[in-house]
Design a binder for this molecule. Sequence first.
Ligand code: ZN
Length: 198
Amino acid sequence: MNYYGEHVTKLIEELGRLPGIGGRSAQRLAFHILNMPKENAQALADSIMQAREKVKYCSRCFNLTDTDPCPICSSSRRNPNQIMVVESPRDMAAYEKTNDFNGVYHVLHGLISPMDGVSPEDIRIRELINRINDKTEEVILATASTIEGDTTAMYIARLIKPLGVKVSRIAKGVPVGGELEYVDQITLAQALKSRLEV
Ligand code: ZN
């Protein structure tokens, strides 16, 4: 099976571990990399290692960042008392692109999913509760309208309501079962604007 020699086979194997990359895509990427000018291949390898070594989680919102706190948490133009809860850094980026939200984020890094063995302790829910204080004006639950997204939103709402903080859920403008990062910005901005208190 080792048609290409040890090093190419290893490269195909490593690329094939990436999400969404099947065997055929891994081969295509491997041959593309082998045909790159050497300095481009070096730049790719360097950027992978630098991102891996330098990027950390913001200690407030758990977004990926080079600096702690992250640029959003440390910006004086953002309202630190309005917290939008999202599943992933990619969803945060999708909301940022709408230019319609002036608060801060909390990145859960996953959703509650008993089917996949993900329980509330496995995602950053405790850290969210710890961030809430008497200055907190609103917590916006902006997870997707999937079973996992709704379950997670309801779970968090039940924890936060007794603290006397306003909790809202983005409107169903987001297509049911839709992944937030693929939803267009206008739909996302609309879903945010027509959020409902829960
Ligand atoms: Zn942050």
